[in-house]
Structures are given as structure tokens and as C-alpha cells.
Design a protein around this ligand. Structure first.
Ligand code: MN
Length: 271
């Protein structure tokens, strides 16, 4: 076994229990890295979607859980900070399952002495925080919109109304909203970190992998294992790196979204 030794691995938004979860890729990634700490930053188990009627639990998902328990048993420090999709586990903050420690949030001191707030991040998402129903509707709205557009076009033709309601125009406005959403989220997290006097934060939730430096602070987002297949690792000297898993660790390790400025986002890139 030729594993790369790192100090910490940060993972979020794995969404176990759903078909979308890319557990096989996650297992490949974990095979390549051994670490002193593993931090699971929320939405690890998607209790929310499971309770809405569909539990999908693959052998790979099972293996992931077993590997985590095993790593914890063998002396790696494994922390679980629940997110909004595994919110029920927040009740157990301060306790541990096996050797996996559950925390509401955590301050991690990196090898270089920098201190980072570890959190899931949903408390900084103004949409899920104040309007849970908007988030639920958001999941379904795009598909509904496409259906609606077909119906509206038929209606307009039937009643011989001029003009055409543009789905493309709507999508463009949605992208702008999504970009603002990401910026607002990142700003709110950094604002909180500054108030706490820390050096940065590592979070998840918005499925938008990122390492970004602003005003002497570092914002890091692990991304997810549904779509982007990304993780953050801390090297032995405290250097943080965003890894995009493409089946090999020799893949260039820049932000998967670094090439596209936020103004050039495609509809498919929405978090
Ligand atoms: Mn979340």
C-alpha cells in the first residue's frame, strides 16, 4: 500500500442513503490518503431524503461507514459535525458513536498554527435558515418550470397570444441569483470567522468547492460527493489543498471551478 500521508482530510455533503451519492469514488479517494484526522462536515447521511420515502443504501456506502469506524478505532481522530440533512444527529453533539466524535462545530489548529472554524454552514444560508419551504421547492422548481413552459406555450398558441415566455431568460436570472447566493454565503462565513478572531473556516453545504483568501482570512468549502467529488486535505506542514477526485491523485489539484469566473456559470453548475 502506497498511501499519501496527510495530516487531515475534510469531507462534506456525501449524502449517504441517496442514489446520487458517489460512494465508490469516495472509497477510491480514501484508499490513497492516510491521515491523523478525518473531519466529516455535515450532510454525510441524508436523513431528510431518506425520510421522504427513498432509502438507497449501496454496498459501497456501507463500506464507507465501516472504513470510518475502522479508522477511528485504529487511532485516527474522526469528527462528525452534522449538517441540515443529518440535523437529527446534532442532538448527540458532545458524545461519540464508536470512536467517532460528534460536535456541533469545532476549532481545528493546523500544523502551521492557523486556527480554522469547522462547520457545515447551513446557519449562514439565508434561504434554508428562514424559508425551509423555499429550499424544498427549489429542488423541484426547475423541472416544474420546464413542464410549465410547455403548458404556457400551448396556452398562448391556443388563445393566439403574441409573444413567448422565455425559459432561457428565466434560467439566466436564476444563475445570477445563484452567484449572489454563493457570494453572500462566503461573506457571511468569513464575517463570522473574523468576529471569532480565527484564521479561516472550512465548511460544506452549498456544494461549491473552493479555497479562497480574502482580507487575511481563508474560506474553504469541501464541495460534495454527489457531483463534484472533492475534498480538502491538510498536508503535514499545514498547507491546505482542494482535491478533485478523478480516479487518480495525480490529477491537477486546483479548484474545479477556478477556470470559470462566476459570470460564466452554466445552469448545470448550480449548487
Ligand atoms: Mn447542507
Amino acid at each position: 500500500m502506497n498511501m499519501q500521508q496527510v495530516r487531515s482530510i475534510f469531507l462534506s455533503d456525501i449524502h449517504l442513503g441517496t442514489k446520487a451519492c458517489q460512494a465508490e469514488h469516495l472509497l477510491e479517494f480514501l484508499k490513497e490518503y492516510s491521515s491523523e484526522h478525518v473531519f466529516l462536515l455535515g450532510d454525510i447521511v441524508d436523513l431528510w431524503s431518506m425520510s421522504r420515502g427513498g432509502v438507497y443504501w449501496s454496498p459501497a456506502q456501507n463500506t464507507f461507514v465501516q472504513k470510518m469506524l475502522r479508522r477511528a478505532r485504529h487511532g485516527e481522530k474522526v469528527f462528525f459535525i452534522p449538517g441540515n440533512h443529518d440535523e437529527a444527529i446534532r442532538e448527540y453533539a458532545g458524545t461519540s458513536f464508536g470512536d467517532v466524535m460528534v460536535q456541533r462545530e469545532y476549532i481545528h489548529t493546523a500544523a502551521d498554527g492557523r486556527r480554522y472554524l469547522l462547520l457545515h454552514g447551513d446557519e449562514f444560508d439565508q434561504v434554508t435558515r428562514h424559508h425551509k419551504w423555499v429550499a424544498i421547492l427549489g429542488d423541484m422548481s426547475y423541472n416544474m418550470l420546464v413542464d410549465l413552459n410547455i403548458y404556457l406555450s400551448w396556452l398562448r398558441r391556443t388563445f393566439k397570444r403574441p409573444g413567448y415566455w422565455s425559459l432561457a431568460g428565466y434560467a439566466k436570472r436564476k444563475v445570477k441569483t445563484a452567484v449572489n447566493f454563493i457570494f453572500n454565503f462566503e461573506d457571511s462565513v468569513l464575517h463570522h470567522v473574523r468576529e471569532l478572531g480565527l484564521d479561516g473556516a472550512i465548511c460544506g453545504h452549498i456544494h461549491w468547492p473552493q479555497i479562497k483568501h480574502a482580507d487575511g482570512l481563508t474560506y474553504m468549502n469541501c464541495g460534495d460527493w454527489v457531483d463534484s467529488c472533492t475534498a480538502i486535505v491538510e498536508h503535514l506542514d499545514g498547507r491546505m489543498e482542494l482535491i478533485q477526485w478523478n480516479g487518480t491523485r495525480t490529477h491537477p489539484v486546483t479548484s474545479p471551478h477556478a477556470a470559470s469566473s462566476p459570470n460564466q456559470l452554466n445552469q448545470g453548475d448550480l449548487p
